[in-house]
Design a protein around this ligand. Sequence first.
Ligand code: THU
Length: 128
Amino acid sequence: MDDLVAAARAARLKAHAPYSKFLVGAAVRDERGRVFGGCNVENAAYPQGWCAETSAIAALVMAGGRKITEVAVVGDGLVTPCGGCRQKIREFASPDVKIHVCGEDGAIRRSFTLDELLPFSFGPEHLR
Ligand code: THU
């Protein structure tokens, strides 16, 4: 998973976070093993900003990916995905997908499954 964490670290350095000054990077791996990074992008109209995980998912989808098989988040402290991003990951990931929460140095602080972070979740299969 070194490539995943490296992509998340590199993405973090591109964050646009002038308001919180809290830089976050994320990376997702798709069903073909490809890795996509993303950073948080804040906005002067604060609620319009979005998270690093959201950017990474958008990059995966734009490249034709439709499954998330692994996730890494890099930030200061234990930066677990927010509720909205957990649901966005859920759209493309199975419950056992690992979400690695890493420090700025890339060291994994904790790894969770999606199901641990978003139990009893609602997903696409509910609509089929
Ligand atoms: N943030 C992320 O990008 N990902 C997370 O998992 C948690 C929070 C961002 C959103 C905002 O730009 C900043 O961190 C402070 O909340």
